[in-house]
Ligand binder design. Structure first.
Ligand SMILES: *[C@@H]1O[C@H](CO)[C@@H](O)[C@H](O)[C@H]1NC(C)=O
Ligand SMILES: *[C@@H]1O[C@H](CO)[C@@H](O)[C@H](O)[C@H]1NC(C)=O
Ligand SMILES: *[C@@H]1O[C@H](CO)[C@@H](O)[C@H](O)[C@H]1NC(C)=O
Ligand SMILES: *[C@@H]1O[C@H](CO)[C@@H](O)[C@H](O)[C@H]1NC(C)=O
Ligand SMILES: *[C@@H]1O[C@H](CO)[C@@H](O)[C@H](O)[C@H]1NC(C)=O
Ligand SMILES: *[C@@H]1O[C@H](CO)[C@@H](O)[C@H](O)[C@H]1NC(C)=O
Ligand SMILES: *[C@@H]1O[C@H](CO)[C@@H](O)[C@H](O)[C@H]1NC(C)=O
Ligand SMILES: *[C@@H]1O[C@H](CO)[C@@H](O)[C@H](O)[C@H]1NC(C)=O
Ligand SMILES: *[C@@H]1O[C@H](CO)[C@@H](O)[C@H](O)[C@H]1NC(C)=O
Ligand SMILES: *[C@@H]1O[C@H](CO)[C@@H](O)[C@H](O)[C@H]1NC(C)=O
Ligand SMILES: *[C@@H]1O[C@H](CO)[C@@H](O)[C@H](O)[C@H]1NC(C)=O
Ligand SMILES: *[C@@H]1O[C@H](CO)[C@@H](O)[C@H](O)[C@H]1NC(C)=O
Length: 546
C-alpha cells in the first residue's frame, strides 16, 4: 500500500466505512439538492483504466469515482468529479484548480492526489474547453452566469458539495481540507481564501492570475507591443533567443555565481543596447537588434504605466525570455485576434467585434468597474482566513513568461501593507516562495531545480512506464521537498516551512536520478551561496534578502 505514514489509523477506519456504504448513484443522490444530479458513481480497481480528456490513468489505488452535474442558475451548470480511495483514504480532502480559461476537470492532478490518499475533487468551472484553448473565452460572450461560475462559483460549490459526498461515503468527518492550484488555479486559491475562508485549512497557490482586470488586459498589451509582424519594431522568436543569451551573460553573475540561474530577475540592470546592430551588419536582423526592436524590449519588460502615471501591471523579470517568446511574442500573424484579446472582447465589452486597437486606460477602468464574474482575487485583508487558523503557501517561478513574477510580489507586499499595521505577522499564516529559473507553474530554464510537487508539476515529469502516475517528490517524501506535505505539516503540526528544497531530475525523469537540488526561501529571504557544489542543497542558505 502506497499510503503515507501520516495516514495512520484513519485509513483503516475509512476503508471499513467505505465498504459499508458502496459506490453507486443511489448512495450519493440523497445528499443532493434538486439542482444537482449524479452522472455516474462507480469503482475503479487498480487494473482498470480511467480514460480522461488529457490522459489515461491506471494502476491507481482503488477508488470510487463520482461525477456530478450542478445547475448553478437557470442558464448555467458546472460539473465536477470526486475520487474517493476505497482502501487508502488518509482522512483528508484536496481540491485542485484549473488553468487559463480552460474548462476541464484536472484529472492529471487528481491522480497524484489519490496516490497520497486524499479524497480529491476538481471542477470544469462551468464550461467545457481544452488546455489547447486556454486562451479562448468565446464561451463567456453574452453569458454572465458562466463567467460567474468560472470566476468563483463553480469551485466553491464543488468544494462544498464534494465535502458532503466525501463524508457521506466514509460516514466520517473530513479531518483536514486542502487546495492546490497554479495560474488560474492560483487565482482560484486566493479567491477562496478571500471569499470563503472556511473552505480550506491549507492553500497552495502558485503563479496566481489574481488581478484579472489588469493582468488579462496586460496580456493583450504585451502581445500588441510586438505587432504587426512585418513592422520594423517586431522582435522575432529567433531574436528572443539572442536576447535570452545576452540576459544570461549580463545577469547570471549578479548573484555572485555563474551557474545559469538568475536568482533575482529584477535585480539585474540589463542593457539591451549591447545587441544593437553596429552598422556592419544592419541587414542581418537575426543576430542583432534595430533601435525600434530595442524599444519593443523596453516596452515588454517595463511596467505598464498608463495615462496620468496610472500603474497598471508589473513586467516580466529578466530570464523569462524563452517562455515570453513562446507564449506572448509569437511569430504567428495574430493581427486580427492577438493573444490576450479574449478578456476585453468576451468578458468586458461583450462584443465579438471589439478591435484591439481600442485598448487604453478606459479599458482598465471599465474592467475594474465591472470585474466580470467577480473573478479578481484582489482583497488584501486576509484576516478572516488568518483568524480561523488557515495557512497559505504561495509560490512563483522567476522565469515565468506568462504571468509576471512581480504580480505575486505585488500581492504579497499589499497584504503586508494591510496586515502588518494591524499587528499581524504574515509568517504566522502566509509564506511566499520565489523559485529562481522556474517558468510558469512548472519546468525551468538552464536546469534550475523547480519541482516541489504542486499542481500541474507531475505533468512536467516523465514516468518510467506510461502506466505509472508520478506523485509527490519521488525519493523525497517529506515536508521539505514536497510543498503539499509542507502545508500539511504547517496546518496539522504547526511546523511552518522555514525553507523548501526544489528538485531537478536528470531529463526531468525521476527514475534517472536527481541532477540538482536547491533551497528556496520564504520572501523576502533569498537563497545565498555559501560555497561548494552549487547543485547540492548544502551550498545555499536562506541568509540573503530580496
Ligand atoms: C498498462 O496497463 C494496461 C491495463 O492494465 C495494460 O493493458 C498495458 O499493458 C499496460 N502497459 C504497460 C506499458 O505496462
Ligand atoms: C486513452 O485511452 C483511449 C481508449 O482506450 C485511447 O483512445 C486514447 O488514445 C488513450 N489516450 C492516451 C493519452 O493514451
Ligand atoms: C449537465 O447539465 C447541463 C445542463 O442541463 C447539460 O448541458 C450537460 O450536458 C450536463 N452534463 C452531463 C455530464 O450530464
Ligand atoms: C441549489 O439549491 C439549493 C437549495 O435547493 C440552494 O441553496 C443553492 O443555492 C442552489 N445552488 C446553486 C448553485 O444554484
Ligand atoms: C462536458 O464534457 C463532458 C465529458 O467530457 C460531457 O459529459 C458533458 O456533457 C459536457 N458538458 C457540456 C455542458 O457540454
Ligand atoms: C455511521 O457512523 C455512525 C456513528 O459512528 C454509526 O452509528 C452508523 O451505523 C454508521 N453508518 C454506516 C452506514 O456505517
Ligand atoms: C466578489 O468577491 C468579493 C471577494 O473577493 C466578495 O467580497 C463579494 O461579495 C463578491 N461579490 C459578488 C457580487 O459576488
Ligand atoms: C504589413 O502587412 C500589411 C498586411 O498584412 C500591409 O498592409 C502593410 O503594408 C505591411 N507593412 C509593411 C511595412 O510591409
Ligand atoms: C552583428 O551584430 C552582433 C550583435 O551586436 C555581433 O555580435 C556580431 O559580431 C555582428 N556581426 C558582424 C559580422 O559584425
Ligand atoms: C489625466 O489627468 C487630467 C488632469 O487631472 C484629467 O483631466 C484627465 O481626464 C486624466 N486622463 C485620464 C485618461 O484619466
Ligand atoms: C506531525 O508530526 C508527527 C510527529 O513528528 C509526524 O509523525 C506526522 O507525520 C506529522 N504530520 C504531518 C502532517 O506532517
Ligand atoms: C551541476 O550539474 C550540471 C549538470 O549536471 C553540471 O554541468 C555542472 O558541472 C554541475 N556543477 C557543479 C558545480 O558541479
Amino acid at each position: 500500500m502506497k499510503s503515507l505514514a501520516i495516514a495512520g489509523s484513519m485509513a483503516a477506519g475509512a476503508a471499513a466505512a467505505a465498504a459499508a456504504t458502496g459506490c453507486t448513484p443511489e448512495v450519493f443522490t440523497p445528499y443532493l439538492s434538486s439542482n444537482a444530479s449524479i452522472v455516474y458513481a462507480r469503482v475503479f480497481t487498480a487494473d482498470q483504466t480511467f480514460v480522461g480528456p488529457m490522459g489515461n490513468y491506471t494502476n491507481l489505488p482503488e477508488y470510487c469515482a463520482v461525477y456530478v452535474n450542478v445547475s448553478s442558475s437557470a442558464t448555467s451548470s458546472y460539473e465536477f468529479a470526486v475520487w474517493l480511495p476505497t482502501q487508502t483514504w488518509n482522512g483528508r480532502y484536496l481540491a485542485y484548480g484549473n488553468g487559463g480559461f480552460t474548462g476541464q476537470i484536472a484529472f492529471a492532478d487528481m491522480a497524484p492526489g489519490l496516490e497520497y490518499g486524499f479524497a480529491t475533487v476538481s471542477t470544469n468551472t462551468g464550461h467545457n474547453s481544452t488546455v489547447q484553448e486556454a486562451g479562448d473565452a468565446g464561451w463567456a460572450l453574452n453569458d454572465p452566469e458562466t463567467r460567474t461560475d468560472w470566476g468563483w462559483r463553480a469551485l466553491h460549490g464543488t468544494v462544498a458539495l464534494g465535502k458532503t459526498l466525501t463524508e457521506a461515503y466514509y460516514n466520517e468527518t473530513i479531518a483536514y481540507s486542502y487546495y492546490s492550484g497554479c495560474s488560474t488555479g492560483g487565482r482560484q486559491g486566493l479567491k477562496e481564501v478571500q471569499m470563503f475562508p472556511d473552505d480550506f485549512d491549507g492553500v497552495l497557490a502558485g503563479a496566481c492570475a489574481w488581478w484579472t482586470t489588469h493582468q488579462q488586459n496586460w496580456d493583450l498589451k504585451v502581445a500588441v507591443d510586438n505587432l504587426p509582424n512585418n513592422a520594423s519594431h517586431h522582435v522575432t522568436s529567433e531574436l528572443m533567443d539572442v536576447l535570452a543569451d545576452e540576459v544570461l551573460r549580463q545577469c547570471d553573475g549578479a548573484d555572485g555565481l555563474r551557474d545559469g540561474i538568475i536568482m533575482n530577475g529584477y535585480a539585474c540592470q540589463f542593457r539591451p543596447e549591447t545587441l544593437l546592430c553596429d552598422g556592419s551588419n544592419t541587414t542581418n536582423t537575426s543576430t542583432c537588434f534595430t533601435p525600434a526592436q530595442i524599444d519593443t524590449i523596453y516596452k515588454v519588460y517595463g511596467a505598464w504605466v498608463e495615462t496620468n502615471q496610472t500603474f497598471v501591471f508589473p513586467s516580466f523579470a529578466w530570464g523569462s525570455e524563452a517562455q515570453v517568446a513562446e507564449m506572448i511574442l509569437t511569430d504567428d500573424d495574430e493581427q486580427g485576434s492577438p493573444s490576450g484579446i479574449a478578456y476585453p472582447r468576451d468578458f468586458v465589452y461583450n462584443d465579438a467585434d471589439w478591435a484591439w486597437q481600442n485598448l487604453d486606460l478606459a479599458t482598465i477602468q471599465l474592467s475594474d468597474s465591472l470585474d466580470p464574474g467577480n473573478a479578481t482575487a484582489g482583497d488584501f485583508d486576509l484576516r478572516p482566513f488568518y483568524n480561523r487558523g488557515g495557512k497559505l503557501l504561495h509560490y512563483h517561478g522567476f522565469a515565468d513568461g506568462e504571468i509576471p513574477t512581480g504580480s505575486s510580489i505585488y500581492y504579497y507586499r499589499h497584504v503586508q501593507e494591510t496586515l502588518v499595521p494591524l499587528g499581524i505577522d504574515l509568517d504566522d499564516f502566509y509564506r511566499f516562495f520565489l523559485i529562481p529559473g522556474m517558468e510558469h507553474c512548472l519546468d525551468s530554464v538552464h536546469d534550475a531545480p523547480w519541482y516541489i510537487a504542486t499542481a500541474n508539476q507531475p505533468g512536467g515529469l516523465v514516468a518510467e512506464s506510461s502506466n505509472d502516475t508520478i506523485w509527490g517528490v519521488p525519493g523525497y517524501r517529506d515536508a521539505k521537498h514536497d510543498a503539499l506535505l509542507a502545508i500539511m505539516a504547517w496546518v496539522e503540526n504547526g511546523t511552518a516551512p522555514e525553507e523548501l528544497v526544489a528538485t531537478k531530475y536528470v531529463d526531468d525523469t525521476p527514475s534517472l536520478g536527481v541532477q540538482a537540488q536547491r533551497v528556496i526561501c520564504p520572501y523576502p529571504k533569498q537563497a545565498e551561496y555559501v560555497g561548494g557544489d552549487w547543485n547540492t542543497t548544502e551550498s545555499f542558505t536562506c541568509s540573503g534578502y530580496y
